[in-house]
Design a protein around this ligand. Structure first.
Ligand SMILES: C[S@@+](CC[C@H](N)C(=O)[O-])C[C@H]1O[C@@H](n2cnc3c(N)ncnc32)[C@H](O)[C@@H]1O
Length: 175
């Protein structure tokens, strides 16, 4: 009886440890240079009324820049809780926390349907896994901009090189 109770206790401990373990990021954190951030927002033609989602938002520089430059609402989705705290602090420091918000979440499990602009700095392989979700959840006309990484055989509408960094822009077609 004691052995059974011990086994049960051990299995509960393992389950709770697994569920509280931080989820592994699909990509490590590397910030986009500010000149590239500015060019990404220009390529997306961000304008008042847009809602920008940065998937894997790191220190929050893309949503914060969008809020500061264009006064748009922006959302950063980030799996690393420390980076979410850092980005939220920076948005408060730059007085755009009414517009730029940050959520600790897995980008693959996030509802993207309200976004009108989506920014990415992930990996080719992650972009390809994300592509069906972008195409099914985003409305026609939404702009998707990716720093460095493409989307396989989905031809971009525009490609730019800024300070040696490639930037790709696609528009969601009608469904
Ligand atoms: C290369 S960094 C880009 C940061 C920022 N977007 C920029 O361009 O400066 C990628 C970010 O994605 C985050 N990330 C990786 N996998 C993720 C996932 N499944 N869901 C949400 N964030 C993720 C990482 O923690 C990291 O901060």
């Amino acid at each position: 009886m004691r052995a059974l109770a011990l086994a049960l206790l051990l299995s509960l401990t393992v389950v709770s440890a697994a569920s509280s373990a931080p989820q592994k990021p699909d990509v490590i954190y590397v910030p986009t240079p500010q000149s590239v951030v500015d060019a990404m927002l220009d390529m997306a033609k961000v304008a008042p009324g847009d809602i920008l989602y940065d998937l894997g938002s790191g220190d929050g520089r893309i949503p914060i820049t969008a809020a500061k430059r264009f006064g748009v609402r922006s959302v950063g989705i980030e799996i690393d809780a420390a980076l979410v705290r850092q980005a939220s602090r920076e948005a408060r420091r730059q007085r755009v926390d009414q517009l730029a918000s940050f959520r600790k979440a897995d980008l693959f499990a996030t509802d993207l349907s309200e976004a009108t602009v989506v920014t990415l700095y992930l990996l080719d392989t992650v972009n390809l896994r994300l592509r069906p979700k972008l195409l099914s959840e985003l409305k026609p006309g939404v702009r998707v901009v990716s720093h460095a990484f493409h989307m396989g055989d989905w031809t971009p509408d525009e490609v730019r090189e800024v300070d040696g960094n490639m930037i790709y822009m696609w528009t969601i077609p009608s469904h």
